[in-house]
Write a protein that binds this ligand. Structure first.
Ligand code: PLP
Length: 395
C-alpha cells in the first residue's frame, strides 16, 4: 500500500500501488499475501529468479569471508569472473561497475580515450539509434533515443548522431570525420523489443571496419543468456569492440561491466579510470555463481526452447485476440506483445489478474521472465493473458 512515506522518494516512476515483500523463483508476493507470476523479472534482471539458493549461498558465504577490499589491492573474485567472461566471449579484458548506465557511460568514454591515445583524434562522435535506451546518466540520456529521457535536462552531453534503427544506409550517411563509434542494442528493449536482423549487425561491423570505427553493443538487457546465447550478437557471427553488460550478470545484485578487446583495454593506464565498487567481492561472488549456472551445459539451449514455447503462445494471443494484440516479437526469453490498447492499462489489468509484465515504447508489453521459468509457468502466464485479453476486447 502507498502511504505518506512515498513522498520521501523522488517521484520518477509510474509505480503501481503494490508493495512487494517476498519472492521465490518466478513468483513474487505483495504485503496482502497476493501471489504474482513475475514476467517482468526486475525488469529483465532476474536471470535466475527470486532468491535462487545458489546465489543466496554465494553472497552470504562471501559476506562471511571478505566483505569488501579497496581496488588498490588484488582480490581473487574479480580475476576469476573476468577470466570466465574472457574465455566465453570475444573479449580480452573486463572492467566491472555497478549499473548498466555506468557501463555504457564507460563505453562512450573509451571512444574518446581510444582515439586520443592513438593520436588518431579527435574522433569522439557516436552514432546511436532512435528508440535506443542506454540508461540515465548525463551521457547515456544523450545517447538514448527518446525525448522523455532528455526533456528539461539541457544542456545535454554533445557528440551523438541518431539514426533510425535497422537502416544501414543511414548509418553510413551519418559517418563524419569526427565519428568514432556506432552504439546500439542488438535488440531494442525499452524501445519495444525490436531485434536487429543478423545481416544488419554484420553490415555495421563491416562499416565500422571500413571506417576505422569502434562497434559498441549495449547488451545490458540482452546479455547473460536472455536470448538463448550468452550474448545476443553471437547469432550474427560478429564481435563488437566494446560490450556493455548489466542486469543478468548480477541477477538482481547491483553489478554491470564492460567487455573490450585488447586494443581498447590498452588505451587505459592505471589511474585513468576506476570505481569504488568496481569488481568488489560481494558482486563477484554472485557473478561467479550466475556464470556457474548460465554456462552450464544445456542451460542456454533450455532458454531457447522455453523462448520458443513462449513465442508460440504469444502468437496464439495475436491470432485469438486481434482487437487487443497486434504483433508478437522478440528472441529467446525477451519477448514483446504490441498492443492495440494502452500498454499501461494492459499491464495493470494483467497485474490485477496475477501476471507482472513491463510496458515499453511502441505500445508494447514486455515479457522477460527469469530464465529458469518452467513450461507450466509459461502456460499459466498464457492463460492469464488469454483471460485478460478476452475481457479487454471491448475496451
Ligand atoms: N542499457 C540497456 C539496454 C538497458 O535496458 C538498461 C536498463 O534498462 C540500461 C542500459 C541501464 O541500466 P541501469 O538501469 O542498470 O543503469
Amino acid at each position: 500500500m502507498a502511504d505518506a512515506d512515498d513522498s520521501v522518494l523522488f517521484n520518477v516512476y509510474r509505480r503501481a500501488d503494490v508493495e512487494v515483500v517476498r519472492g521465490e523463483g518466478v513468483r513474487i508476493w505483495d504485503d496482502g499475501g497476493k501471489r504474482y507470476l513475475d514476467f517482468m523479472g526486475g525488469v529483465a534482471v532476474l536471470a535466475l529468479g527470486h532468491c535462487h539458493p545458489a546465489l543466496v549461498e554465494a553472497l552470504s558465504s562471501q559476506a562471511r569471508t571478505l566483505w569488501h577490499a579497496s581496488n588498490l589491492l588484488r582480490t581473487p573474485g574479480a580475476r576469476k569472473v573476468a577470466r570466465r567472461l574472457v574465455d566465453a566471449t570475444f573479449a580480452d579484458a573486463v572492467f566491472f561497475n555497478s549499473s548498466g548506465s555506468e557501463a555504457v557511460d564507460l563505453a562512450i568514454k573509451l571512444v574518446r580515450r581510444y582515439f586520443n591515445t592513438r593520436g588518431d583524434g579527435p574522433r569522439w562522435r557516436v552514432i546511436t539509434m532512435e528508440r535506443g535506451y542506454h540508461g540515465r546518466t548525463l551521457a547515456t540520456i544523450a545517447a538514448g533515443g527518446s525525448a522523455k529521457l532528455t526533456d528539461g535536462f539541457a544542456p545535454l552531453v554533445d557528440g551523438f548522431d541518431r539514426v533510425p534503427f535497422g537502416d544501414l544506409a543511414a548509418v553510413e550517411a551519418a559517418i563524419g570525420p569526427e565519428t568514432g563509434a556506432i552504439l546500439l542494442e542488438p535488440i531494442l528493449g525499452d524501445g519495444g523489443i525490436v531485434a536487429a536482423p543478423p545481416e544488419y549487425l554484420r553490415g555495421l561491423r563491416q562499416l565500422a571496419d571500413r571506417h576505422g570505427l569502434l562497434l559498441i553493443l549495449d547488451e545490458v538487457q540482452t546479455g547473460l543468456g536472455r536470448t538463448g546465447r550468452l550474448f545476443a550478437h553471437e547469432d550474427a557471427g560478429i564481435a563488437p569492440d566494446i560490450l556493455a553488460m548489466g542486469k543478468g550478470i548480477g541477477a538482481g545484485y547491483p553489478l554491470a561491466g564492460v567487455l573490450v578487446t585488447r586494443a581498447v583495454a590498452d588505451c587505459l593506464a592505471p589511474g585513468s579510470h576506476g570505481g569504488t565498487l568496481a569488481g568488489a567481492p560481494l558482486g563477484m561472488a554472485v557473478a561467479d555463481a550466475v556464470l556457474d549456472i548460465v554456462l552450464d551445459d544445456g542451460f542456454l539451449s533450455s532458454v531457447s526452447a522455453k523462448g520458443d514455447a513462449l513465442a508460440a503462445r504469444l502468437k496464439d494471443m495475436v491470432r485469438q485476440h486481434p482487437a487487443v494484440f497486434a504483433e508478437a516479437r522478440g528472441v529467446g526469453l525477451m519477448r514483446g506483445l504490441k498492443c492495440r490498447v494502452d500498454p499501461w492499462l494492459m499491464a495493470g489489468r494483467l497485474r490485477d489478474a496475477g501476471l507482472l509484465v513491463a510496458p515499453a515504447m511502441d505500445d508494447v508489453i514486455r515479457l522477460v521472465p527469469p530464465l529458469v521459468v518452467s513450461d507450466a509457468e509459461i502456460e499459466e502466464a498464457a492463460a492469464i493473458l488469454d483471460r485478460v485479453a478476452a475481457s479487454m476486447a471491448s475496451v
